[in-house]
Design a protein around this ligand. Structure first.
Ligand code: ZN
Ligand code: ZN
Length: 388
């Protein structure tokens, strides 16, 4: 099915905004140009309220319906790019060295602006729509900072919805799942301290390299022997550093290892961290060493509320039909900072088909402009579902 006439018209304009944003990518919380473009458009559309400067460069717009009071629901998109070089050779490729919209947040922003234009003109709903344009999704936790600045209470938000493009999923198709959808991503660095010495007299030393080697292996027992095999866990040691290649007859006194832990259930996340700490302490102790853990919590598990997922599926089906909406899309081990909002309010995040494009975070990636009208139609259909 093709997108609606109304969305196709706005999408033509939104495509030019998307390409404008694409040429001028900005990183993390520092999005002066993007935020100014967004705020200027939202004001021009006649939104009731446009607030800037939330979490530094976040922008929020409020649009009230003409059918009287009702719920207040929030739609959220992300605006930030990535610190990498674009290799697309597109006429509208990034003009900023080493910055690129390689995750399609330019597209998400353009879709939300297109939807804002329609909502502000039509206002054919009861209640309020709050449009949230957030900074720093790529590693900065911009969503979390917006919550710390009281986003939800300030605007009276009762439900939250998100959307992200998905390469490999056809344009005009949607995918979603109820419950956990994306992983929690935590990181760690462990400093193992033993006692350095001569390689010829290991009994006088306490070798931290041996402790670290056993630890790398022992940590693999978390996923393989501690967690239900049907519950996904990844423990990846991705960094190890110790000793000196110029001193091969010296046992070093310290070794550092680091890596990433991914879990799919909030309860599993807590259990894995606890088990991780026990393994590190006891394995180090086994070899007479001591370990200090620097545990760096990342984004939580992204959990879709079942009832709101049903509303999202109904909305998507109303525009593209049943067969183009996959309601049981597999979980992924990536993580997403919309998870913070979903922890505080019921809602759902959906995948929007980006067609046969390069993968997210790939230098050849580009958001598919043909998906814009479907994205706008989805937001409009969700309004019909939740604010009629
Ligand atoms: Zn990304
Ligand atoms: Zn992204």
């Amino acid at each position: 099915m093709t997108p609606s006439e109304a969305s196709r018209l706005v999408a033509e304009e939104a495509k030019t905004w998307r390409r404008e944003i694409h040429q001028h990518p900005e990183l993390l919380f520092d999005l002066p140009r993007t935020a100014a473009l967004v705020a200027e458009k939202l004001k021009a559309f006649g939104c009731d309220e446009v607030v800037t400067g939330i979490a530094q460069s976040g922008v929020v717009a409020v649009i009230a319906g003409k059918r009287g009071p009702g719920r207040t629901i929030a739609f959220r998109c992300d605006m930030d790019a990535l610190p990498m070089s674009e290799q697309t050779n597109l006429p509208y490729a990034s003009k900023v060295p080493n910055m690129m919209h390689a995750c399609g947040h330019d597209g998400h922003t353009a879709i939300m602006l297109g939807a804002a234009k329609r909502f502000a003109a039509e206002r054919d709903f009861a209640g309020k729509i709050v449009l949230v344009f957030q900074p720093a999704e790529e590693g900065g936790g911009g969503g979390r900072v917006m919550l710390e600045e009281r986003l939800l209470d300030r605007f009276g938000i009762e439900e939250v919805y998100g959307m992200h493009n998905q390469p490999g999923l056809d344009v005009g198709s949607f995918a979603i799942r109820s419950g956990p959808m994306m992983a929690a991503g935590d990181r760690f660095v462990i400093a193992i301290t033993g006692l350095g010495g001569h390689a010829a007299t290991p009994h006088l030393a306490r070798d931290p390299l041996l402790a670290a080697s056993h630890l790398v292996v022992a940590l693999q027992s978390i996923a393989s022997r501690f967690i239900d095999p049907l519950d996904s866990v990844v423990v990846s040691v991705t960094f190890i550093s110790g000793g000196d290649r110029r001193a091969l007859n010296v046992i070093p006194s310290t070794v550092e290892i680091g890596g990433s832990v991914r879990t799919m259930q909030p309860s599993t996340r807590r259990a894995v961290e606890q088990r991780f700490r026990e393994i590190v302490k006891t394995t180090a102790a086994l070899y007479g060493a001591e370990a200090e853990i620097d545990w760096r919590p990342g984004y939580p598990v992204t959990v879709n509320n079942p009832e709101k997922t049903s509303a999202a599926i109904a909305a998507a089906q109303s525009i593209v039909g049943q067969e183009r909406v996959d309601g049981n899309w597999p979980m992924t081990m990536g993580s997403e900072d919309f998870s913070y909002m979903l922890e505080k309010r019921p809602g759902a995040m959906i995948w929007l088909g980006n067609g046969d494009s390069a993968d997210l975070h790939n230098p050849a990636y580009d958001f598919n402009d043909n998906a814009i009208a479907y994205g706008i139609d989805y937001w409009a259909a969700l309004v019909a579902q939740r604010l009629s």
